[in-house]
Design a protein around this ligand. Sequence first.
Ligand code: MLT
Length: 404
Amino acid sequence: MFTINENYLKLPGSYLFSTIAKKVNAYQSGNPEAEILRLGIGDVTQPLAPAIIEALHKAVDEMADQETFRGYAPDLGYEFLRTAIANHDYRNRGCDIAADEIFVSDGAKCDSGNIQEIFGLNNKIAVCDPVYPVYVDTNVMAGRTGNYNPETGSFDGMIYMPCMEENNFVPEFPKETPDIIYLCFPNNPTGATITREQLQEWVDYANRVGAVIIYDAAYEAYITEEDIPHSIYECKDARNCAIELHSFSKNAGFTGVRLGYTVVPKDLKCGDVKLHDLWARRHGTKYNGAPYIVQRAGEAVYSETGKAQLKAQVDYYMRNASVIYEGLKNAGYSVSGGINAPYVWLKTPDHMSSWDFFDKLLHEANVVGTPGSGFGAHGEGYFRLSAFGTYENTVKAVERIAKM
Ligand code: MLT
């Protein structure tokens, strides 16, 4: 008789964004005339930039020709894309990362969920609270935590690092020493940022205690201020302790196209074992590479035309972020984020719970957002609005919320 991975049973409910989608669909079925405005999941709405479309068309034509047709992609990614990434995202920023330390994948969500596989089950995991749920859920599935405690809204055995107004939503070193630390900046969900100096302190800490930092840089394209690091490798000695995750979803609108990459420096070791070798082994065994046409589209992200078009796209979303931030602030809400990130984090009014505010917003304004408590216990009493909608819908949504 077979058995199941009982760790899955520890997970309460469904994945956050699936739960939200179910609630919204149920509301829409009961209210077919309602015009629902979606500022919940961070999904892009602008079409792919012309430079990317051109690259996709060209690559599709290559696939139609015997001479240029491609089969399986190299499992770690095509050289042309890995080199473009190494040059544009790292070398041009003074970061010492080589093309063969970059692993191309079909997106940062998969990588952020899969990366834990190369670590032992006895590692202590530290996460920010609130946090992108994938880091927690995948470690629960693997069996690195105890049970979910409904009283505290957290899993036993997991180290939670509260990110609150008092610490500008940047975590402090935990009391208990972790082995693996997940950090995401600019942050999802709070939209907060970390300074280069603060991140250097985390790198020094990780090197001191022998921990690995898994740094999710999915939102780096949204940084507008100086002194905010775009990559953890801007910090000294980060090559010895950090893995970095990147997405093409948010900077280039690839949420439906799917492309991402993970950097594992060769200096990152456990004893004599390079984590680079383990991740290469895992990738080679379980993955056949992102499609050629998508990797060509990824390469176009780094062309001069592509860069200019994507800067305009990021500016478009950041105008939405400012509409949300200013509009809600003027309406009396306490807001943060939205300056270096496409998410605005607001306090629910009158100490309302995050889910009660979600229902109120859906029913009274027909606006969807994401309840802060869905990201962790310290997200309770908060709410996230995404700037990835269209400008028109964003303006309308903010007007409706302000009138409530
Ligand atoms: C979010 O809304 O938090 C993101 O879209 C989720 C993701 O990128 O997977």
